[in-house]
Design a protein around this ligand. Sequence first.
Ligand SMILES: Nc1ncnc2c1ncn2[C@@H]1O[C@H](COP(=O)(O)OP(=O)(O)OP(=O)(O)O)[C@@H](O)[C@H]1O
Length: 313
Amino acid sequence: MTTPASDIVIDVHGLTKSFGDKVVVKDLSMQVRKGLIYGFLGPNGSGKTTTIRMLCGLLTPDAGKGTCLGYDILTEQNEIKRHVGYMTQKFSLYADLSIRENLEFVARIHRLENPEESARQAIEQLGLENRAEQLAGQLSGGWKQRLALGACILPKPQLLLLDEPTAGVDPKARREFWDEIHTLAHQGLTVLVSTHYMDEAERCHEIAYIAYGDLLTKGTVSEVIAEANLTTWQVSGSADSLASLAERLKGMSGVEMVAPFGSVLHVSGRNKTALEETVRSLEKLPGLEWKPGEPTLEDVFIDLMSRSQDNFQ
Ligand SMILES: Nc1ncnc2c1ncn2[C@@H]1O[C@H](COP(=O)(O)OP(=O)(O)OP(=O)(O)O)[C@@H](O)[C@H]1O
């Protein structure tokens, strides 16, 4: 079934951007449907922020074209800015103003008709009532991010671009922040969010993985895992025996990735038969238990990243 054009909020093709002689985003195409939470993942410096800035009209691509909220990213950047909420990595508010004062201030900047009422609604929506008079500078990381989100949704954007909104925030606050994102998406807002956290990636409706400027994979979490076509074995044992096994596995037939996850070693590769033969040859080693396992999203990303790094070097 094809999606009606009006349901596609981001539709860009061939986006390319260089800084000096460094190509930071290469021929990137992506489509995001309305009401979706779309996760944007990839190693540091892979071009996520640059892409986000091209989508919201803050940067002009060197090549490529497309629309955001139906507006042309090359010629209608001001329209896009008017309808998009962008929470940057270093989004900051006035530390010596209260939550309420900060929100009223933002509402005034956006020339909202009734700043006090808009701020009140945002405070209610984000469950900040008990803290409305607290100074923003005294808030914990999680509450600060929630306030920043409140400021972004004040002008009632149709699209939210969140650049690593929960970096450094504790797990409980991250979970609450994500509950809020889901509520907003349920109300029809589209959200593009960059993150380094796997649990957050798994809470997205769709994800895209970008490394060194190349968009390597996209789809739902299960599509991305299936497409990677990885076979994974999980080995448990003592820390010492796993460490020496990891060394021994390097370069063995069928072994493309070895990654420790706590007290379990994940051994993955795309050639199922070759990997199985290697596993059979090592199964008799004492103190180790081998189990066929399902590859996780993290296995897939580690594999994608190491392969793209190889191509990059
Ligand atoms: N204005 C700029 N001038 C020069 N280089 C830049 C500029 N903006 C970004 N870069 C470079 O482009 C590359 C991609 O940066 P970008 O911030 O888009 O990556 P990212 O995926 O968002 O990284 P992170 O996860 O660390 O935030 C980096 O090497 C960065 O140093």
